[in-house]
Design a protein around this ligand. Structure first.
Ligand code: M7G
Length: 346
């Protein structure tokens, strides 16, 4: 089964989501009678020079990724340009740019097939809510949910990467030994990255140890390990990309709630837009802040912290009690949920 033949057989059902800011559209459909989620994201522009802007430290920061081939860059690649209007010194119009499957593709296409209800819900448009997750809510609602989510079927792609050589040709860095499994990790391009444009660089570091399901499991005993991991990430990645991205241009963070409960770290170019507005809300926690917080949180670390984040109505946890908790929390705080109920601050 290859992507082209699968997409060719895709039967459209409805639009799940479409975002003009991120230029991403997600469609629900089916292939051979099984549900499929097809997502397309317009790729970012390429430019033919490595333009460097001066910085205060005297170091120069590349703004554009250097490309050998320049006929596909924006400017050289304009094949058609039609003015719509002009007014004084302002002009606007539409253009067609030269495209090439290798050098300047139009869009990145992702397919999930067969897609579970969980996948479909994750991509579907939904209303969002701010929720305070207390340690009690974590123990009573999230822990059972995590157990449900850690099926070998759902975690297959992670194990494929760690142990089965999946995506091997794309791996950026791997450190693993049987003897020292707890220190092992692998860094590779995230499925969210087109792999071309360094401005939108998006990598994921997946650790070999499997005793950390999420941020909640981090405690002071993990502090030194996280410091080492952070240092390695910020040393290895700029080196690997010839310093077209510098260590202080990498946003290194974890999500809570994550989609997959096996500890992993996101590594993203700070130029990448849209980060922080992930599907269905969530929370983005910088690794540096996590390490720092472990100094203050006490021996149980994040287990004892109340975490406030955004959750979508399609998230299983919303149905599994979070909805009621949000209502209770607002009542407890004396905050009205509709204009009829509240008439001021008295
Ligand atoms: P998350 O924080 O659990 O979820 O991150 P979210 O960011 O999707 O909310 C999991 C990360 O793994 C995401 O950035 C995914 O894009 C990425 N990812 C998921 N899958 C199934 C794959 C895959 O098969 N290969 C690669 N390389 N990345 C994946």
């Amino acid at each position: 089964q290859d992507l082209a033949s699968l997409v060719g057989r895709f039967k459209y059902v409805r639009v799940l989501d479409s975002n003009p800011h991120t230029k991403i559209i997600s469609l629900l459909g089916n292939i051979d009678g099984k549900d499929a989620v097809l997502t397309a994201e317009k790729t970012h522009f390429i430019f033919d020079e490595t333009v460097r802007r001066p910085s205060q430290s005297g170091r120069s920061t590349p703004v554009f990724f250097h490309r050998e081939i320049d006929e596909y860059s924006f400017l050289n690649g304009i094949t058609d340009l039609k003015e719509l209007t002009s007014n004084d010194i302002y002009y606007w119009g539409l253009s067609v740019l030269k495209q090439h499957i290798l050098h300047n593709p139009t869009a990145k296409v992702n397919l999930i097939w067969p897609a579970s209800q969980l996948h479909i819900k994750g991509y579907d448009q939904q209303d969002l809510h701010v929720v305070r997750e207390t340690p009690e809510m974590y123990a009573n609602m999230v822990v059972p949910f995590i157990q449900e989510m850690c099926t070998s079927e759902r975690m297959k792609w992670v194990n494929n990467i760690l142990y089965e050589g999946a995506e091997d040709d794309r791996v950026v860095y791997k450190e693993y030994s049987e003897r020292n499994k707890d220190d092992g990790f692998v860094i590779l391009p995230d499925m969210k990255w087109d792999g071309i444009n360094i401005d939108s660089l998006y990598l994921v570091a997946i650790v070999y140890r499997d005793d950390i399901k999420s941020l909640r499991d981090l405690s002071p005993k993990h502090r030194d390990w996280l410091i080492r991991l952070n240092k390695k990430i910020k040393t290895i990645i700029p080196q690997h990309y010839d310093y077209n991205v510098n260590p202080d241009e990498l946003r290194v963070f974890v999500h809570y709630q994550p989609s997959y409960y096996h500890f992993h770290v996101h590594i993203v170019n700070i130029r990448h837009p849209g980060v922080g507005e992930e599907r269905g809300g969530g929370k983005t926690m910088l690794l540096e802040d996590i390490i720092e917080a472990l100094d203050f949180l006490g021996p149980d670390g994040y287990m004892k912290k109340t975490l406030t984040y955004v959750i979508g109505e399609n998230h299983e946890l919303w149905r599994k009690g979070f909805k009621e908790e949000v209502k209770k929390q607002l009542e407890h705080d004396g905050i009205a949920t509709s204009p009829e109920k509240g008439s001021g601050f008295n």
